[in-house]
Each structure stands twice: as C-alpha cells, then as structure tokens.
Design a protein around this ligand. Structure first.
Ligand SMILES: Nc1nc2c(c(=O)[nH]1)N[C@H]1C(S)=C(S)[C@@H](COP(=O)(O)O)O[C@H]1N2
Ligand SMILES: [Mo]
Length: 261
C-alpha cells in the first residue's frame, strides 16, 4: 500500500480528503503534538512529506496535515511490513532507562517458579505456559530503538521468541483484529494483528544477553520497534486474541491507540 501511495499523488490526496471527512474536530494540545511528532518519526512519514525525518521543520509540515488523522487513517498510511532500523552493539544506551507509571522500586516481582503465561481468546490451544517452555522455543535477538512518547529514546538489545511463531504455535486465529495483554502491575494494552505478526515483534525473555531484569519487565516484555514505548507491555501475564477492542492503560487516557508504524 505504501508503494502505491508514494507513486501516486492522487491516492495520497484522496486519502487526505477521506481522512478529513472522517475526523471530528479536536484540539491539538502540546502533549498531543509531541506525541504526533514522535509517532510521525516512527511512522515513515517521509513518503508523505518527502522529507528527512530528522528535519523538524518538514516533520512539522507533515504534522499539520496529519495532526487530525485517526487510527484508521494511520492504518492505511503506514505499511505494517516496514522494518524498524536496527543498530550495532556499540550504540546500545547504557544504562538503559527505566520507565513505568510508578517508580523503579515498585516494579513488580514475579516469581519464576509459579509463573504461568495465560493464553486465551481466539486460539486453538488455551493452555498456560511456563517460562522454560518459552525458552525452549527458537530464540532471536535484535538491537532497536525504544521511543517513549515523553520525549526520550534509547537503543537496547532484546532477545526472545518471534511473536508470530508463538501465535502460530498456540493456533491463534490470525484473522482476529487484536491481541491484548494484561500485566503483573495492572498495565494493559492491545495491538493490531498486523503488528503482532510483524517480523520484528518479539516476545522478549532477555535483555542485553541476560534474563530480562525486573525493571525492564521480567518475565517478559513484548518488544515492537515499530511502536512507541507505551505499546510495549512489560511483566506480561496474559495474552488474549480477540475481535473486541480493549484499549490500553495510556490509550484509555487519550494516547493514540495505533502508536507507531
Ligand atoms: N507493565 C508495564 N509495561 C509498560 C509500562 C508500565 O508502566 N507497565 N510503561 C510503558 C512505557 S510508557 C515505556 S516508555 C516502556 C518502558 O520500558 P523500559 O522500562 O524497559 O524502558 O514500558 C512500557 N510498558
Ligand atoms: Mo513511554
């Protein structure tokens, strides 16, 4: 879809026209602008604005036309197969920042022995998973940039199971619209199926070559370099596949549900 839009000005303008029709007027406050700026740099808006994404002025130009876009329009515009950049080991941010809706001392302590990952909804195999069973699956690693909507980013190295492999293994209905997550700290979020199946979406069990530490989401974090930080749930306890929209902790407070590319 992305290629078609790039090659045709007509498609681009018809989408813009459609977008304007869809959108209710809304006030763009500072945090929403900041959010959009980040989501735009994530989203490959280069094809819309023809600009280098590090050039703030041209991102601003694109922003003014895109600021009223809703999730559906972003879904049309952003190619779900686009790959996020990866980085060399030398670029890893050390120490990697901690972030949550509470301080680092309050990060939940999850007991490895009694831990079970619950898998429910539109899946053939609804059983629970022990950590060692996840560790026995094929593992992969990636060094990517985590971008937080609050205005910081950091490069980190995560390892684990490709989420698409996991979804296949549990017999998930990949025609379902959403995959939702419930976390040990009462955080929750949900993502679109295209992102769940993206090649860079990992059910991470490790950080920088070691077991994922408590502060970064032990026992597991879903890592999506194509999405903003708040879409990446830590301390996952339950995964559910569904056609019913279930929002998210920050999303329900006004952050954009799509949150990425
Ligand atoms: N369970 C849980 N997951 C979460 C959060 C949280 O508060 N609880 N915060 C989100 C936000 S806003 C960010 S930026 C990242 C921070 O991840 P880090 O601590 O590994 O940097 O986790 C995301 N996932
Ligand atoms: Mo964040």
């Amino acid at each position: 879809m992305k290629k078609r839009i790039v090659s045709s000005r007509l498609d681009e303008s018809s989408i813009l026209t459609d977008a304007r029709k869809l959108l209710a007027p809304q006030i763009i406050d500072r945090s929403r602008r900041a959010f959009l700026l980040h989501s735009l740099t994530l989203g490959g808006v280069a094809m819309l604005s023809g600009c280098n994404l590090t050039d703030n002025e041209s991102v601003e130009t694109a922003l003014s036309s895109m600021s009223r876009f809703n999730d559906r329009v972003q879904g049309w515009l952003f190619n779900p197969n686009a790959m996020a950049p990866t980085y060399p080991e030398s670029m890893i941010t050390r120490p990697f920042p901690f972030n949550a809706f509470y301080g680092i001392d309050e990060a939940p302590t999850v007991d490895e022995e009694s831990y079970r990952l619950e898998v429910t909804g539109m899946v053939a195999d609804k059983r629970s998973w022990r950590l060692e069973e996840l560790r026995a699956m094929a593992q992969t690693e990636q060094i990517t940039r985590h971008i937080c909507v609050e205005g910081w980013s950091a490069i980190g190295r995560w390892g684990g199971v490709r989420f698409s492999d996991f979804l296949k293994r549990v017999g998930a209905d990949t025609d379902a619209r959403y995959v939702g997550f419930k976390c040990a700290d009462d955080y929750y979020t949900s993502i679109d199926m295209a992102t769940a199946l993206h090649a860079q979406t990992l059910l991470t069990l490790s950080y920088d070559g070691a077991v994922l530490p408590r502060q970064y989401g032990f026992p597991m974090k879903l890592r999506m370099p194509t999405k903003l930080g708040y879409k990446n749930p830590k301390h996952i306890q339950a995964i559910f596949v569904s056609n019913t929209y279930s929002g998210g902790y920050w999303e329900d407070q006004g952050y954009n549900w799509f949150g990425g590319s």
